[in-house]
Design a protein around this ligand. Structure first.
Ligand SMILES: [Zn+2]
Ligand SMILES: [Zn+2]
Length: 82
């Protein structure tokens, strides 16, 4: 009681390339340059980002990031990362 902080330090997602689960917050931002304005994270297992996903440009598939993710530099999240 009293500790109401909802601070979270990890956000597990499943890599769409290799299917392994990794921590989105611990992963590094990609430097592929496909989306300079909206880079994705690199899967630590297969080292691939999702910038080339065919739906990556579809705004309808992006949602506002939860606050604990915004504190880590995420403004909006691609649906695969939610
Ligand atoms: Zn992967
Ligand atoms: Zn990328």
């Amino acid at each position: 009681m009293g500790q109401t902080s909802t601070a979270r330090t990890s956000h597990s997602v499943e890599c769409r390339h290799c299917g392994k689960e990794f921590d989105l917050l611990a992963a590094t931002w990609c430097g592929c340059g496909v989306r300079v304005d909206r880079p994705s994270k690199v899967c630590p297992y297969c080292m691939q980002c999702i910038c080339l996903h065919p739906d990556y440009d579809n705004e309808a598939l992006w949602n506002n990031a939860p606050r604990y993710l915004r504190e880590h530099g995420f403004d909006r999240l691609f649906y695969l990362y939610l």
